[in-house]
Write a protein that binds this ligand. Sequence first.
Ligand SMILES: NC(=O)c1ccc[n+]([C@@H]2O[C@H](COP(=O)([O-])OP(=O)(O)OC[C@H]3O[C@@H](n4cnc5c(N)ncnc54)[C@H](OP(=O)(O)O)[C@@H]3O)[C@@H](O)[C@H]2O)c1
Length: 336
Amino acid sequence: MVKVGIAGGSGYGGLELLNILLRHPQVQITWISSQQHAGKNPGDVYPNLRGFLNLNFSSVETLPASELEVLFLALPHGHAMKIAPALPGELLVIDLSGDFRVSDPAVFQQYYGIPLTCPEEQKGFVYGLTEINRARIRSARRVANPGCFATATILALYPLYQEGWIDGPVYVDSKTGSSGAGNAPAAGTHHPRRSNSLFPYKPFAHQHLPEILQLLDRPENPLVFQTYSAPLVRGIFASHYMRLHKAHLPQEICSLYQAYYGSEFFIRWVPDYPDVNFVRHSNFVDIGAASKDDHLIVWSTLDNLQKGAAGQAVQNMNVMCGFPEQTALDTAPTHP
Ligand SMILES: NC(=O)c1ccc[n+]([C@@H]2O[C@H](COP(=O)([O-])OP(=O)(O)OC[C@H]3O[C@@H](n4cnc5c(N)ncnc54)[C@H](OP(=O)(O)O)[C@@H]3O)[C@@H](O)[C@H]2O)c1
């Protein structure tokens, strides 16, 4: 059993971590933080957890770093960079925020609007897109868990970028559910504003763009990246439009994705169209495509709180600890 702590255990990402880790046979959750709910049992605040945990929230200042083996940081941007430099080197740390994803401090400042105060610390973090960086994650003690939009787009485009199939730019249109904004109420997530609406935000400026560009680095294939708020609670649905150097049969496109992801449990190639409904509450990413002549559309969908956050964080912990990668994550998506 590994002793695990969660900083930010009362947020949407932290609660999803709790839910997954409660069914993990090799994990003992020994510390969880919340500032507003310190001293309360999670089940008293979130009735879905009633009776599941014999452990109360503590304030983040009580972090017992030397008593933990794994620490998840699920705090708003800007907090992990204050905490991480003081943590023991042997502790396994998985940060769900954007603090350590971007290697260039100037780019980080441009997209996050705050300075990266510990650039040396950032160099010790491995980018935690499990399927692509598994070998480095296995020996890492610090992992920067990817953003939800970034996971959807990198996995959808990675085989095409690696093989150099794309001619010119890729246009990305990616929609998210409201839980992506966290559990603090805000005007943009208020039910009357959000429930029947669809609107763009952060054109050319979304903070997940730099981490995408770190992996999809081909100047001849620039990305035009646009995010939308969709009337969903959970889910990312990303569409990628592009032109190829030559026309490919659907079977050739399928074979390309099978070559990259055929042995990946959490990535499913769908023969028709992906749908957010069929990945919800799971760590799966569904990818599908349609082509006509040399035009290609690739779609990817995932649950932003699972493969887009807590699910991938636990997948990374499993890799770092040498546990079977699917442990606690091999549940089928729920429907309806
Ligand atoms: N939501 C997603 O889909 C998603 C996906 C990928 C990555 N992420 C990233 O994961 C991180 C957490 O996201 P979230 O959606 O879970 O956010 P959230 O729902 O707003 O939760 C934030 C957590 O941080 C705690 N917190 C807030 N301010 C704090 C402070 N000053 N000191 C200590 N603790 C504080 C909150 O505790 P109390 O309010 O109880 O005090 C809560 O537990 C963010 O960096 C986010 O960008 C989120």
